[in-house]
Ligand binder design. Sequence first.
Ligand code: ZN
Ligand code: FE
Length: 255
Amino acid sequence: MALQIVTIPCLADNYAYLAHDPATGATAVVDVPDAAPVLAALRARGWTLSDVLLTHHHADHVQGLEGLLAQAPARVIGAAADAHRLPPLDLAVADGDTLRIGHEIGHVLAVPGHTLGHVAYHFPDSGAVFTADSLMALGCGRVFEGTMEQMHASLARLAALPPDTLVFSGHEYTAANARFAATIDPDNPRLAARIREVEQTRAENRPTVPTTLGEELATNPFLRAHDGAIRARLGMADAPEAEVFAEIRRRKDRF
Ligand code: ZN
Ligand code: FE
C-alpha cells in the first residue's frame, strides 16, 4: 500500500509533507519549516507522528522542529554529513542508506550542491521522492555550498529515477521558475503549456507540487543541458553538459 502524502504550506513559500503508511499508521514529516501547520495537519487526520526526515540544515527547513517535537515526539532522521549543524538526530544517514516509515522503505540519496549535506528521500514503492531544495518544479535550488558540477551530478541522479516518480520539492517557486525557463527554452511547446497550467494553478492559490519527473525532464531547463535547442541559444553547442547547466544556473541567479 502506497504512502498517503499530504502537502502542507508553511511560512511564505515553504512546503512540509506528511507521509503516512496506512498499513501501520506510521507517519513521517519531511522538513519542519513551522510546527503549527504540521501539528494541525496531523490532528486533522488523527495521525500520530513517528518520524521526521530532514533534507538539509537551512532554518526554513528545520526551525519548527523543536516546537513540533514538544507536542509530537518522533525519531529525527538527517544527514550524518551535516549532523554538526542539524538539530540532534536519532538516526544519521548517508547516501545509499535505507530507512523504514512503517512498511515503506525509503532510500537516502546524497544530492549536494545547494548545501553539501543535502539529502533526498526516495520511496520507490510509492513512486515518490522528496527533493526539497535540490530538484524543484521547473527549477533547482541555488548552489550555495557545493560546486556547479556537484549540483549537476545530483540532479542527474534524481533524473535517473523512474519518470512517473512524484517530485515533492521544498518551495512554491514554480511561477518565477517558469518565467525564467521561458527565457532559456522558449520554443519548447510542453514548457509553454506547462507555464499556462502553472499560472492557472497559482491564480487559484493551489500548490504546483508535486510534479512528475517525466514532466521535469520535458520542461525543466536545469535537467535539459543536453538539449540541442537550449545549447544553440546559449551559444554552447559543444560544451560539456555540466558547463551548460552552470551557465543556466548563473543566468537564473541574475534573473
Ligand atoms: Zn535551503
Ligand atoms: Fe529552502
